[in-house]
Ligand binder design. Structure first.
Ligand code: C2E
Ligand code: MG
Ligand code: MG
Length: 566
C-alpha cells in the first residue's frame, strides 16, 4: 500500500514538473502553495516569488469583477471552471491563456485546495487573427473587402450621426480595366490593381478607409470631414495620381478612374443608400467622358450645394478645355493704333453655359484653384503672343490679370519666369495687372515683388484704379507703367461732374508720376472725346471693341494696320 502511495506521489510530482501546462495550487483562501516550472516560464514569476501570494498578481485588468464573480460561482457550484483569461506576465505583457480551475475537496466536502492549470494560447490567437484577416481582407491588395467595409463604415456612420459629423463615401471604378486584362493578361491586371491601390493608399489620411468591393471597384469612406471640399480634393488627387503610367512587366499602362461621391447625412443615412448614390454619381462621371469625379446631385438645389457643384465643375474646367481667353484691344487715343491687349478669361461649362469671371474668379480664389487657372492663363497668353509674333505683331503687349492670391504666392515670380522661358516669349510683351487691393495691404512686400517682376522685364499695370484705397506715396514707389481707371468712373463721366473731375485728377496725377493712363469701359463717343481732351493715353472699351476671340483679334489687328480706327 505504502509502496503504491509513494509511486503515485512520484508520478504526480513528475507530471507536475514536466507538464507543458502551467500549474498553480492554492489553499482554500487562494494563497499560492506551489507552482510548476511551466508556470514560471509563462508568467515570469519564480516559485519563490509566487508562493505565499494571491493569484491576482497575474491580473491583467482586462476582466471586470463580474467576470471573476461568475467564475467563482461556477467553481463553487460545479467544482470546476474552464475559460479564456487574459493575464499579465511579470514583465507587464498581457497574454491569453486557457485556464481550468479545480476545487479539491476533503471527505466532508470542504474545499482544501484549488488547482489551476493553464495553457498560454498567444500563438493560437495570432493564427486566429490571421484567419480573421483573410476573411476580412482582399488577398490581392491587402485592403479591406466588402464585408469588413460594410461593418466598419456602418460603425463610422453611427459615430458620425452621434457627433453630428459629415462623412463622404467614394465609389471608384477603373476605366477600361477589362482592356488591360484582355491585352496584357490577368497577371498584369492583378499587378496593376496592386500598384494602383498603393497609389491611392498613399493619398489617404489615417481616418480614411478604403476597400476593394470586387473586380476593379473600390470604395473609400472619409470620416469626419469639415467640408465637402476635402472630398473633392482627395478625388482630384486620386485622378492626378493616375496621370503617370503604371509600369507593368515592362509596359507603360495608362489607366484612369471614374469616381462618384455621396455624403452623409445629406444623401443618405445608411451605407446602402450612400453606396447606391455614390455609384450613380460614378456612372455620371463615366457618361461625361471618364477620368473625373462627380458628386451625387439630386439634392443640390440649395445655393450652398450649387456653389459646391460649381466648384467641382471648375476644378475640372482646365482638363475639359472649358476655359478660353478673349482679347480686348487697348487703343492709343492720339494715333488710334492698338497699343496693348487685355486677356480676359471665359468659362463655358457643360451645365451652366457661360459663367462670368466676376462669378467664378472669386470662387477660384476661395478654393485656391486660381493658382492653376492663373498658370493656365499665363501659358495660353504666351502661346498666343508667340502666334502674334509670327504674324508680325511683335510690339503689342498682352495684359494678364493677376489675382491677389497668385501675386502673394512665394513662387509667383519664378512661375512667370518659367512660363516665359518655356514659351520663349520676351518679358516685355507680358503686362501684369494687379489691383490696388492686391498691392496695398502689404505695400512694402508688394514693392519688392513688383520690382522682381519689373527686373524680369514685364510691364506692370494697376487695375480698377479708384475703387480701392491708395496711398499716393506708395504709388510713387511702385515700379508700374500703367494706371487703369476703373470703368465705373468712365461710365459716369457724362452724368456726374464729380466723376469727371476725379478722372481729370487721376490723369494729371498719373502723368506727374510718369505713368500712362488707360481708361476702362468707354462706350460712347462723348466719353472718348472727354478722355481725349484730358490727354488720357489709352482707351479700352466697347466703343472700340468688345473682348474678341483670338482669330477676331488677329483680324482686328490687321484692320488696324490697313485702316484708321474711327
Ligand atoms: P477687369 O480686369 O477690370 O476687366 C475689364 C472688364 O470690363 C472685363 O469684364 C471687360 O469685358 C469689361 N469691359 C471692357 N470694356 C467694357 C465696356 O465698354 N463696357 C462694359 N460694361 N464693360 C467693359 P470681364 O471680362 O467680365 O472680366 C471681369 C473681371 O474678371 C476682370 O475685370 C478681372 O478682374 C477678372 N478677370 C478676367 N479675366 C481674368 C483672369 O484671367 N484672371 C483673373 N485673376 N481675373 C480675371
Ligand atoms: Mg484687368
Ligand atoms: Mg479693370
Amino acid at each position: 500500500m505504502t509502496q503504491q502511495f509513494i509511486a503515485r506521489d512520484k508520478i504526480n510530482e513528475l507530471v507536475f514538473d514536466y507538464i507543458q501546462e502551467g500549474v498553480m495550487v492554492t489553499d482554500s483562501n487562494g494563497t499560492i502553495l506551489s507552482v510548476n516550472p511551466a508556470f514560471q516560464v509563462v508568467t515570469g514569476y519564480s516559485a519563490k516569488e509566487a508562493i505565499g501570494k494571491q493569484p491576482n498578481i497575474l491580473r491583467s485588468g482586462i476582466h471586470d469583477s463580474n467576470f471573476y464573480n461568475q467564475m467563482w460561482n461556477k467553481i463553487r457550484s460545479d467544482g470546476v471552471w474552464s475559460g479564456e483569461v487574459w493575464n499579465k506576465r511579470k514583465n507587464g505583457d498581457l497574454y491569453p491563456e486557457w485556464l481550468t480551475i479545480l476545487a479539491v475537496k476533503d471527505k466532508s466536502g470542504s474545499v482544501t485546495q484549488y488547482v489551476g492549470v493553464f495553457t498560454d494560447i498567444t500563438n493560437q490567437k495570432t493564427a486566429e487573427e490571421e484567419l480573421k484577416k483573410l476573411a476580412h481582407r482582399d488577398p490581392l491588395t491587402g485592403m479591406a473587402n466588402r464585408y469588413s467595409f460594410n461593418v466598419r463604415t456602418k460603425s463610422l456612420i453611427e459615430t458620425s450621426a452621434s457627433f453630428g459629423q459629415k462623412l463622404a463615401l467614394f465609389f471608384l471604378d477603373l476605366d477600361r480595366f477589362k482592356q488591360v486584362n484582355d491585352t496584357f493578361g490577368h497577371k498584369a491586371g492583378d499587378d496593376l490593381l496592386v500598384d494602383m491601390s498603393n497609389r491611392i493608399k498613399s493619398l489617404l489620411g489615417n481616418k480614411d478607409f478604403i476597400a476593394r468591393l470586387g473586380g476593379d471597384e473600390f470604395s473609400i469612406a472619409l470620416a469626419n470631414i469639415r467640408h465637402p471640399r476635402e472630398a473633392f480634393q482627395l478625388a482630384e488627387a486620386i485622378i492626378q495620381s493616375f496621370e503617370k503610367p503604371f509600369v507593368i512587366s515592362g509596359h507603360d499602362i495608362y489607366m484612369s478612374t471614374s469616381i462618384g461621391i455621396s455624403f452623409f447625412p445629406e444623401d443618405g443615412e445608411d451605407i446602402d443608400t450612400l453606396l447606391v448614390k455614390a455609384d450613380k454619381a460614378m456612372y455620371e462621371s463615366k457618361q461625361n467622358g471618364r477620368n473625373q469625379f462627380s458628386a451625387y446631385h439630386e439634392e443640390m438645389e440649395n445655393e450652398n450645394k450649387e456653389t459646391l457643384t460649381m466648384e467641382m465643375e471648375l476644378r475640372q474646367a482646365i482638363d475639359r478645355e472649358e476655359l478660353t481667353i478673349n482679347y480686348q484691344p487697348q487703343i492709343h487715343l492720339k494715333t488710334k493704333k492698338v497699343a496693348g491687349i487685355e486677356a480676359l478669361i471665359r468659362w463655358n461649362n457643360r451645365h451652366y453655359g457661360r459663367v462670368s469671371p466676376e462669378k467664378f474668379i472669386p470662387l477660384a480664389e476661395e478654393t485656391g484653384l486660381i493658382n492653376s487657372i492663373g498658370e493656365w492663363v499665363l501659358t495660353k497668353v504666351c502661346r498666343d503672343l508667340k502666334t502674334l509674333m509670327q504674324f508680325g505683331f511683335d510690339d503689342v503687349p498682352i495684359a494678364v490679370n493677376v489675382s491677389p492670391l497668385q501675386f502673394l504666392q512665394g513662387n509667383f515670380v519664378e512661375t512667370v519666369r518659367r512660363i516665359l522661358n518655356q514659351e520663349n516669349v520676351p518679358a516685355q510683351l507680358l503686362d501684369l495687372e494687379v489691383t490696388e487691393s492686391t498691392v496695398m495691404p502689404d505695400a512694402k512686400k508688394s514693392v519688392h515683388r513688383l520690382n522682381e517682376l519689373k527686373n524680369l522685364g514685364c510691364k506692370l499695370s494697376i487695375d480698377d484704379f479708384g475703387t480701392g484705397y491708395s496711398s499716393l506715396s506708395y504709388l510713387r514707389r511702385f515700379p508700374i507703367d500703367n494706371l487703369k481707371i476703373d470703368k465705373s468712373f468712365i461710365q459716369s463721366i457724362d452724368q456726374y461732374e464729380d466723376d469727371a473731375s476725379i478722372v481729370e485728377a487721376i490723369i494729371t496725377m498719373a502723368h506727374r508720376l510718369h505713368l500712362k493712363v488707360i481708361a476702362e469701359g468707354a462706350e460712347s463717343k462723348r466719353q472718348i472725346q472727354f478722355l481725349y481732351a484730358e490727354s488720357c493715353d489709352y482707351v479700352q472699351g466697347f466703343y472700340y471693341s468688345k473682348p474678341l476671340v483670338f482669330s477676331d483679334l488677329v483680324d482686328f489687328l490687321y484692320k488696324d494696320l490697313t485702316e484708321q480706327i474711327e
